[in-house]
Ligand binder design. Structure first.
Ligand code: THU
Length: 130
């Protein structure tokens, strides 16, 4: 599974977005260390605050399937969209140094970053063990 394939999987996931309120479709594809890909889309709700982002949908899907270690995540939205703060924190729990690919709906890569740069001085389980 290379970067381009992961971006294609994220684009496909974005087509399944349930986004009748924002109309902003987001797809994520999360590559587990096993090689398996878990996809997710944003799932909105009439009670707006209950909406779930694509990235967290993918993480929760993977964890509920039994995979907890990840290498890379691709996120696709129109114009490209970096992961929100909540999603950065949820990714940090499992993969503090995951590679984050942001691409647009033309599948053009807009940015490649390590989560450690996107979420500096993060709060994680290691803090509680001090
Ligand atoms: N959204 C995501 O799916 N991922 C992000 O990282 C940012 C925002 C979704 C949430 C909502 O359904 C829509 O985009 C507009 O905010």
């Amino acid at each position: 599974m290379d970067q381009a394939e992961l971006i294609t999987a994220a684009l496909e996931a974005s087509r399944r977005a349930y986004a009748p309120y924002s109309k902003f479709r987001v797809g994520a594809a999360l590559l587990g260390n096993s090689g398996k890909v878990y996809s997710g889309c944003n799932v909105e709700n009439a009670s707006y605050g209950l909406s779930n982002c694509a990235e967290r949908t993918a993480v929760f899907s993977a964890v509920s399937e039994g995979e907890v270690t990840f290498e890379m995540i691709a996120i696709v939205a129109e114009g490209g969209a970096a992961p929100c703060g909540a999603c950065r924190q949820v990714l940090y729990e499992f993969a503090p140094e995951i590679m984050v690919l942001v691409a647009d709906t033309e599948e053009s890569l807009r940015s490649t970053s390590s989560l450690k740069d996107l979420l500096p001085q993060a709060f994680g389980s290691e803090v509680k063990k001090r």
